[in-house]
Design a protein around this ligand. Sequence first.
Ligand code: MRU
Length: 369
Amino acid sequence: MIQTLEWTDQGVRFIDQTKLPTEETYVTCQTHEQVAEVIRTMVVRGAPAIGVAAAMGIALAVKNSKAETVGDLKRDFNQACDVIGKTRPTAVNLFWAIRRMQEKLERIRIRPLSQIRQTLIEEAQRMHAEDIAANQAMGRHGATLMPSEGGVLTHCNAGALATCGYGTALGVIRAAVEQGKKIHVFADETRPFLQGSRLTAWELMKDGIPTTVISDNMAGAMMSQGKIGAIVVGADRIAANGDVANKIGTYTVAVLAKEHGIPFYVAAPFSTIDLATPDGGKIPIEQRDAKEVTHIAGKQMVPDGVGIENPAFDVTPAKYVTAIITERGIARAPYEECLRNLAVKEASIEVLHATKNGHSSSPNLKTRV
Ligand code: MRU
């Protein structure tokens, strides 16, 4: 399995996603400031991977802290949460991970300092293992929705590289292929950062899953030619009403899918579902540097002085989403009710079945609520 990020004795090690597909190199962070920087610069990216990276960054801060009292340790801990919390605003997994570490610290604050440090490091590692288990569970649920053969389109990279392993949308595709389905993936290149052509194509080629890269503006033509049987994408934040924030261009794909009668699925773990945000209009959308649009591989592609927009994400209204595949089961409209049921009913199961090596010990998960 691709090691997107891992806790090592030397620090947190990341595959450098800015260098793929031509160079497979790794970056090791020893401080939480370095982790914040690799999140900001997208050495690591993808909502679940960002979340676990944040937790590991906080764990590094706790490990490095010279504090001799819980109060001082908490000050260093909070400072790390602040720095990491300012990196990228859209993927709610980042804030979910910070909150989970904060809650853990609150629960163990009366223990000896050495134990607090160790427990927080273990909590970050547990989140890594749980993420892989969640993806595998999503794969089992979502594979049932994939066609037995034919084209499946995906946008951006919601694969092993966007998670701790296996992937969300690509996890669904991987599981379907493992079940013997003959799937051919169409990967949108995903301008401007090219996560589809650089990352999705790279990891699917590594797995021997047949893949065709198309530029984003070809998706409609592929659909009208009958080449696409289903669409599956990931998400950075799903609001309570089922509106989905995901990589810019996802909305266009969803609208095209509706026009062509093609099912549009979103695969995401519960750490991406934000029941506190009522609808997509309230989701903060990250604006990135104009240079990502104006330059390709360092070469300027637009005239000086022209206006540039670079929102990194868009919101797909729930009405375009056929189903949301989670580790706890498949949610369908009305999403508000269905997601809240899944959140309450299955809250403990993923924890119960996540083991140290990241494999779910017993796939005792509901497939439908
Ligand atoms: O800007 P990125 O590369 O972090 O955006 C990633 C996406 O939009 C993914 O589709 C999303 O995070 C889901 S990853 C399982």
